[in-house]
Design a protein around this ligand. Structure first.
Ligand code: GLN
Length: 193
């Protein structure tokens, strides 16, 4: 809840939970202590502005980002969905540790806000097409073999997965298709955590 498209993600999670009949409790994380108290089974890193998220999340009054990165790093099977700015944080945590998904990412690589666009993409991880909403989106420059391709837009990789960490350069929460949120909930349920 540091910044960005948080409430839309919560709504998408609730819709996904109804659709796949999994009961969920959403915890809003602002500080490191919120993470410890919530003891979550899955995490969403929303889109927004990664620069602002880094500033607020590393600030002494929050320290959420270091706590989140530690939580994510400690077990690659922990389900994480990072969208747009959230994908940037996963690929480029800038905390001196390894990236959380094995890909290089370039911020604002399509251009300015006016170059935002919508386009159908291929959600390989879901096995079907998906409505892609790209808002001042980043681009994956490369990904290593340990990262699985999760989504393609034409010839371009727009989603990568390392373990159960999924990084998408678009905004699935802004479409009516809850496929990626269902993936997160079903992965968490399947992990039995
Ligand atoms: N441009 C933003 C950034 O660099 C990402 C955009 C988004 O999350 N929609 O963090």
């Amino acid at each position: 809840m540091l910044q960005g498209a948080r409430h839309v993600h919560i709504a998408a999670l609730q819709r996904a939970a109804d659709e796949c009949d999994i009961e969920i409790e959403v915890h809003e994380l602002r500080k490191a202590s919120d993470l410890a108290a919530a003891d979550p089974h899955a995490i969403v890193l929303p889109g927004g502005e990664s620069t602002t998220m880094r500033l607020t999340g590393n600030h002494d009054t929050s320290r959420l980002l270091p706590a989140l990165f530690e939580w994510i790093r400690s077990d690659s099977s922990r389900p994480v969905l990072g969208t747009c700015a959230g994908a940037i944080l996963l690929a480029d945590p800038r905390d001196g540790g390894d990236p959380l998904v094995d890909a290089d990412i370039d911020r604002n690589a399509y251009g300015r806000q006016a170059d935002s666009f919508q386009s159908t993409l291929e959600a390989t991880i879901l096995g079907r097409d998906f409505p892609g909403v790209f808002i001042r989106a980043p681009r994956f420059e490369s990904h290593s073999e340990s990262a699985t391709v999760a989504a393609m837009h034409g010839e371009e990789v727009v989603g990568v997965r390392t373990g159960n960490r999924l990084a998408l350069t678009f905004h699935p929460e802004l479409s009516s298709d809850t496929g990626f949120h269902r993936w997160l909930l079903e992965t968490a349920a399947g992990a039995g955590s």
